[in-house]
Design a protein around this ligand. Structure first.
Ligand code: ADP
Length: 278
């Protein structure tokens, strides 16, 4: 059992079933040490993924305001090699984006073989904020669950390892974080009246998340509920989930790399003997 709760469509659940304050009985210092070790392993796995280029990794981060999407990216993705790890942030769609289907802008940012892409928000906004604020009628957003499932199936069939994280914070923790931001001269720019306005829709968002997570969980594109009231535990759970998802591929990737290395060596040996090189 990992630190995050894996949902792969086997059973129905509600966000309310999970405690945002969980920490598996660990102390912060202990948790941070574990995270550092997991990140070392991730760096190594990223190098193999990049070298063999048989798969790609798509990490989706969703969560309410202040749930720690930016923090998770900084701590877990920050140490990775930026040559093959990118972040794509999805904001309010532009006029041009709205002139296409809702997956158009998203598909364009999916990772190439060998790469890791982290989505800071994603196509799930199209069944979350869009549903809560009635930005389109229900007959438009409701079929999107099926569209999302078909889209993620396509990505998985094309060699994308998909991991979706819901950063689960409590209502009280969000309030503390918003108040703290207000007092911080470096962070208060991030605040807006909208953050407090969104809090009024807390229950509507809960219902929208419950539906999205239940309808769009599968073995090939699971959701992970990350207890996120403690930032260090959130980082640990995300790092561990990523590492555990990639580790089963390690031996195969190493084998493939050895084969590639042998083929290269044969090519070079042949070239040198043909050209009478020492
Ligand atoms: P963040 O909160 O992610 O740090 P912003 O403050 O710029 O960044 O917020 C981005 C906003 O864009 C969020 O309020 C989010 O709900 C909104 N958004 C993202 N995707 C969509 C979408 N498809 N339709 C409407 N709004 C969206």
């Amino acid at each position: 059992m990992g630190y995050a709760h894996r949902l792969d469509g086997e059973r129905r659940f509600k966000l309310a079933d999970f405690d945002p304050g969980e920490d598996s009985g660990l102390k912060r210092e202990e948790g941070e040490k574990k995270t550092a070790r997991l990140i070392e392993e991730l760096i190594e796995l990223q190098e193999l993924l990049y070298a063999v280029r048989t798969q790609s990794v798509l990490v989706i981060l969703q969560g309410r305001d202040t749930s720690g999407k930016d923090g998770a990216i900084r701590h877990v993705a920050g140490p990775l090699n930026s040559q093959s790890c990118t972040v794509a942030s999805f904001k309010v769609p532009t006029e041009g984006e709205l002139a296409h289907d809702f997956l158009w802008r998203v598909h364009a940012r999916t990772p190439s073989a060998g790469d890791i892409t982290i989505f800071n928000r994603s196509h799930y906004e199209d069944v979350l904020v869009v549903r809560v604020h009635e930005l389109v009628p229900e007959e438009v957003w409701r079929p999107r669950y099926d569209h999302i499932n078909a889209f993620e199936r396509l990505l998985a069939d094309s060699g994308t390892i998909i991991l979706k994280f819901y950063l689960h914070i409590s209502r009280d923790e969000q309030k503390q974080r918003l108040l703290k931001r207000e007092e911080d001269p470096i962070k208060s720019w991030k605040l807006s009246v909208g953050d407090w306005r969104e809090r009024e829709h807390w229950e509507n968002y809960t219902a929208a998340y419950d539906d999205a997570l239940n309808r769009c969980s599968s073995k090939h594109a699971p959701w992970f509920i990350v207890p996120a009231d403690k930032k260090w535990f959130r980082n640990l759970a995300v790092a561990e989930t990523l590492r555990n998802a990639l580790m089963p591929f390690k031996d195969g990737w190493l084998k493939k790399l050895e084969e590639l290395g042998r083929a290269r060596k044969e090519e070079i040996d042949e070239y040198r003997s043909r050209n009478h090189m020492g």
